[in-house]
Design a binder for this molecule. Structure first.
Ligand code: ADP
Ligand code: TRP
Length: 332
């Protein structure tokens, strides 16, 4: 039996380096392991908790799909789909919500974060919280559990959500007998949280990102904005504490990495280190950037691929949902 590995990205902004290094790159590496069955998807209905402009929503969803494909996702091997095309997930979402204590949602960090912010600003605590945000982790559990997922590759900030999915699955299993596989998360070591331009976690929410498919000139500009210390150019630098080096490692070859680490230790100016970073990054991204543009220009092609993936996804989710419904007493 192949192990299922599953992950999704919600279309709430342009894909940035943090998404790539923390989520997409490790997932694409795992997709190459022969005994894994990868299922990767556009978590569009998760994005709907935030994006309420139809055109923007559509473009962002295509953007996520085009990003995966441009970076080499093989839709023959990966079951690649859009969440909203798989209706079974939303039926399971309801079933699972009837097994999820409200208190568990109160403790979910995304919701808690908004409440805390409201408290600080002296606003109503529920300000800006729609029910989609509140029950977000249940839909994520439905995403994961619909496909008997073994491994969920995600960034560190998503660990709690995978743990919640596990909790919900355990509760259900306890009631009705072994039904759901208990999922494990997998976080890429060393890149748990890629810092952004200002040193905080790189995130759409902080406006401190480097978008992955930025044009070369803009890319160079953004790289130049990365916060560094004020050591003089000739002073030795520690590659292990430098964001510039952390990024360099993601795009360079082993030999280049070793050589660059040596340069840091013997002293390299930040200007030059950033130039080197731009070179490896741009070299790596040139081709995917073009493919991305091409795909964004032919949304029909993306639709075709996603529809095909959704069919494969439903072929798994549908019979499983039927079994679940039988267990809870909806079907014979
Ligand atoms: P954002 O914080 O920009 O809204 P998302 O929440 O949409 O990003 O995250 C999509 C995926 O990318 C998740 O698996 C998340 O853990 C990962 N991710 C996001 N930002 C980073 C980061 N700065 N470093 C590592 N992984 C990240
Ligand atoms: N919540 C994830 C994020 O913000 C996206 C997501 C939705 C997801 N469903 C998922 C990730 C299932 C992994 C598995 O990045």
């Amino acid at each position: 039996m192949k192990k299922t590995i599953l992950t999704g990205i919600k279309p709430t902004g342009q894909i940035h380096l943090g998404n790539y290094i923390g989520a997409i790159k490790p997932a694409l590496d795992l997709a190459k392991v022969p005994h894994y069955q990868p299922a990767y998807f556009v978590a569009d209905f998760h994005g709907l908790t935030k994006i309420h402009q139809a055109d923007e929503f559509k473009q962002l969803s295509y953007g996520i799909a085009a990003t995966w494909l441009a970076l080499g996702l093989n839709p023959e091997k990966v079951i690649f789909y859009k969440q909203s095309d798989v209706a079974e997930i939303f039926e399971l979402n309801w079933i699972l919500s009837c097994f999820t204590p409200k208190g568990l949602m109160n403790r979910a960090h995304a919701y808690k974060g908004i409440v805390e912010q409201n408290r600080e600003m002296d606003r109503d605590l529920d300000d800006g919280v729609n029910m989609g945000i509140y029950t977000y982790p249940i839909l994520m559990a439905a995403d994961i559990l619909s496909f008997q997922t073994n491994i969920v590759p995600v960034g560190k900030d998503q660990i709690q959500h995978v743990e919640i999915a596990r909790d919900i699955a355990e509760t259900f299993n306890h009631h009705y007998g072994e039904t759901f596989v208990l999922p494990d998360y997998q976080v890429q070591e060393g890149t748990e949280l890629l810092p952004g331009l200002d040193g905080r976690k790189m995130s759409k929410s902080y406006n401190n990102t480097i978008p992955l498919f930025e044009e070369p000139k803009r890319l160079q500009k953004l790289i130049n904005k990365i916060k560094t210390d004020s050591l003089p150019p000739a002073a030795p630098k520690n590659p292990d504490t430098s964001i510039v080096f952390a990024l360099y490692k993601e795009f360079a070859t082993e030999a280049q990495i070793e050589k660059m680490a040596e340069c840091y230790r013997s002293g390299i100016g930040w200007g030059e280190a950033k130039k080197e970073l731009f070179d490896v990054m741009n070299h790596f991204l040139e081709e995917p950037r073009e493919t991305y543009k091409e795909l964004m220009g032919s949304p029909k092609r993306i639709d075709e691929i996603l529809e095909n993936g959704a069919e494969r996804a439903r072929a798994i989710a549908k019979p499983f949902l039927k079994e679940i419904k039988r267990k809870i007493g909806v079907h014979m």
